[in-house]
Design a protein around this ligand. Structure first.
Ligand code: UD1
Length: 367
């Protein structure tokens, strides 16, 4: 009998983590993975396009939860996920990352006494104003098996009293995807489409509620980016949340900041690989820039991914005009070089499969 793993896909950053793992499980005769999509992200640009680019199998079902407040979205996912788990009775529910779908499905699985596996466990920003930090803490608290991307994650889980035999450093699945798809990314025509020359532009992404939901914060960040854009043209593939807020608050965008629609995976990888710097508030992009050796300014006051700073090319730039410009000047004078953190080598999915095999072979005890 194959071990049936229900893999939860919810929002854009989940897809590049799940793709290599689902493929590796699928190739293995011991496992039968299948995807349930919560529908947290639903636009083709935010979801379908990534399934195609990453070559992912179609979800077995889609819960179509859509958008809502934190509580509405989380509750809706839980309500719609429970009957699916009851019907499927998988051997485990596997969740990745830190989005609302991750936490909601982990809670449902655990309460139905199904084993819960969390991939990207243990990351902590220690900032409970971030919805993702609550999702990380709650998901880890109910997970039976905790697979970790960087050493800080193991230390955080030990400090929280998680039994060490449930915690495994497996590396970074997102970097598995990056390495697997770099050749396809090279085929992208995104540079010619946007009229860009390699290393002659900066790439920006912005979507954290703390940066975009308050008009004062968003206006200050856009004003700061305008100063930078006078030195280096900036490209900003715009998240739907940010586009909506710019419109609602009538914030004008400097002409050297070019807004584009959200890009597909290959286009974005190629745009990032050829940029001279990235400014972002995303979690995953901090990791991808470290893997690519591209300088990254993180527009936040903290990060749950300290390896990108201690070892990689990432600099915490804060969210205020003075601190961002300081970090920008620092970057111009002394571009940060980095090294690749342990196990960010394209082999994370193989390590996950081996941990799962050993876990189930020994009976797959719950916590
Ligand atoms: C979510 C995650 C965040 C992740 C981000 C990546 C949580 C708490 N947040 O934030 O960790 O970094 O995804 O994008 O889970 N919308 C669309 N089309 C879509 C999806 C969303 O237009 O396909 C719009 C809706 O107006 C929605 C807004 O974007 O209200 C925000 O979407 P939501 O899923 O609530 O959160 P994100 O900001 O995307």
């Amino acid at each position: 009998m194959k071990i049936r793993i229900l893999c939860v896909a919810g929002a854009r950053p989940n897809f590049m983590k799940l793709a290599p793992l689902v493929a590796a499980l699928d190739r293995d005769p011991d496992f039968l993975p299948f995807i349930v999509h919560t529908g947290q992200h639903y636009d083709d640009q935010m979801s379908g396009q990534f399934f195609r680019d990453l070559g992912m199998p179609a979800p077995k079902c889609n819960l179509n939860v859509g958008s809502g407040s934190q509580a509405q979205q989380t509750a809706e996912i839980m309500k719609r996920f429970e009957p699916v788990v009851l019907e499927e009775r998988p051997d485990a529910v596997l969740v990745v990352g830190d989005v609302n779908s991750t936490m909601a499905c982990a809670l449902v699985g655990k309460k139905l006494q199904i084993r819960v596996i969390h991939v990207e466990a243990g990351l902590r920003s220690f900032d409970r104003e971030m919805p993702e930090e609550i999702n990380r803490v709650v998901t880890d608290a109910v997970s039976d098996l905790l697979l970790v991307t960087e050493e800080s994650g193991c230390r955080n889980l030990m400090a929280e009293g998680v039994p060490p035999d449930r915690v495994f450093l497996v590396g970074n699945l997102m970097i598995d995807s990056l390495r697997a798809h770099m050749n396809s990314a090279k085929e992208s025509d995104v540079l010619s489409r946007l009229g860009l020359k390699s290393r002659a532009y900066g790439l920006v992404t912005l979507h954290r509620p703390s940066n975009v939901d308050q008009p004062g914060h968003l206006a200050e960040i856009m004003e700061t980016l305008a100063i930078i854009a006078d030195e280096l043209p900036l490209y900003l593939p715009i998240h739907p949340r940010t586009r909506a807020r710019l419109g609602e608050h009538k914030i004008t965008v400097h002409p050297h900041i070019v807004l584009t629609e959200p890009l597909g995976y290959f286009d974005f990888l190629w745009l990032m690989s050829n940029s001279s710097a990235v400014l972002t508030d995303s979690g995953g992009i901090q990791e991808e820039t470290t893997a690519l050796g591209i300088p990254c300014l993180t527009l936040r006051d903290n990060t749950e991914r300290p390896a990108t700073i201690e070892e990689g090319t990432n600099i915490l730039a804060g969210t205020r005009k003075a601190s961002i410009l300081d970090a920008w000047r620092q970057l111009q004078q002394n571009p940060k070089r980095g090294r690749i953190p342990k196990y960010w080598d394209g082999g994370a999915s193989a390590r996950c499969v081996e941990v799962l095999r050993t876990y189930f072979a020994s009976g797959g005890a719950a916590r």
